[in-house]
Design a protein around this ligand. Structure first.
Ligand code: PEP
Ligand code: MG
Length: 361
């Protein structure tokens, strides 16, 4: 059964839409999720997590090869295999979203998720790549981190391995041009850089995306509009949002990481002690579910204000889990965000909550 909104519920949603100010987008990275989210009323993609596209058995070995390669040539060989696959991933998404805004976030895994584990994976990779096991193990040891969530992630990976982001940008622009030519409706890709802490990081990576855009447009004899922006998911980024906005056309508040880094609580292990904390009222609610308005919320508000002071037309959204939580959505309305982005099944509740928040305002 394909889920969709029908009957009185669909009517209620239409009434809600007539009242709300904020747009509602979705977090999705497969055509099936995009389709479902559209049936639920999503007005674009606020977060396409591209790392989810790399875990297929057929692709993970190319990613591993890319990361553990001996040199640039080795990385390029691996990326040449990934490029057409990424192009078709993005083409399918642009096609499904038919002209609606699509924010694609460049790769943001903690590196350890891509490193081989155990003898069998090392042996398999040695066979595929032709690299010796010793080389692969030494390289994996060099890249090992004690705290990967605070390590070589997001834009840091893009700066260390620029070829990955170059490949992704190329795939995005080529896919968008193909869809524009075939459908007559040009997508406007919004390319998002993760885990930015400083303006310099965004400056380097925006230049990389612009360079690739120029190369693809020259090669295809066609140009496209596109935006480059950033996640605001580290306290420093929120504080320095005024400066960062000089480089970014949009901000999306990544409140999962922003909660983790502001409260100093691991998002992966939080449940072990958060439940008693919430039961005892030390936290009024689980801060990973409902925005910690006094703390994390202040950073969101400050980031929005400082970003707008530099760039009054900056597009502002939220794509952490809080984008589907009614109390957090009410806060986003107060801060004046342009959109919230929620997982597909939470799009209807987000539409309703955004309308209630607008009415209240
Ligand atoms: C976030 O940190 O809020 C976010 C949306 O990114 P991810 O959950 O993929 O880290
Ligand atoms: Mg994040």
């Amino acid at each position: 059964i394909e889920p969709e909104l029908v009957g009185d519920f669909a009517t209620l949603m239409e009434w809600a839409d007539a009242k709300r100010r904020m747009k509602v987008r979705t977090n999705a990275e497969t055509p099936a999720d995009c389709k479902m989210a559209r049936q639920f009323g999503a007005e674009g993609i606020g977060l396409c997590r591209t790392e989810h596209m790399f875990f297929d058995a057929g692709r993970i070995s190319s990613v591993r090869q890319m990361i553990l390669a001996e040199d640039k040539k080795g990385r390029e060989t691996a990326l040449a295999k990934l490029l057409p696959e990424q192009r078709s991933d993005f083409k399918a998404i642009f096609t499904e979203m038919a002209g609606l805004p699509v924010t694609i976030r460049l790769l943001d895994p903690p590196l350890h998720e891509f490193l081989p584990q155990g003898d069998a994976e090392f042996e398999e990779l040695a066979e595929i790549t032709g690299y010796g096991i010793d080389h692969l193990r030494r390289r994996a040891d060099e890249l090992h981190e004690f705290n990967p969530m605070l390590g070589h992630r997001g834009c840091r990976l893009g700066i260390t391995f620029p070829e990955i982001y170059e490949m992704q940008a190329q795939a995005i622009f080529e896919a968008a041009i193909e869809v524009a030519v075939e459908s007559g409706e040009a997508p406007v890709p919004e390319i998002m850089i993760p885990l930015v802490a400083t303006k310099r990081e965004l400056e380097i990576l925006k230049a990389l995306v612009d360079k690739i855009a120029g190369e693809v447009f020259d090669a295809k004899g066609k140009t496209l509009e596109y935006l480059v922006g950033t996640m605001i998911e580290l306290p420093r980024a929120a504080l320095m949002a005024g400066e960062i906005a000089e480089e970014g056309a949009f901000f999306s508040f990544g409140t999962n990481d922003l909660t983790q880094t502001t409260l100093g609580v691991s998002r992966d292990d939080a449940a072990r002690f958060l439940n008693p904390y919430v039961e005892q009222g030390i936290y009024p609610r689980d801060p990973f579910v409902s925005l910690d308005i006094e703390g994390v919320g202040q950073l969101v508000e400050l980031g929005a204000e400082r970003g707008r002071a530099t760039r009054p037309d900056i597009k502002l959204g939220i794509c952490g889990e809080h984008g589907g939580d009614p109390a957090s959505i009410a806060f986003c309305e107060k801060v004046g965000l342009d959109y919230v982005s929620a997982s597909p099944y939470r799009v209807p509740i987000a539409r309703l909550a955004a309308a209630q928040a607008a009415l209240k305002a």
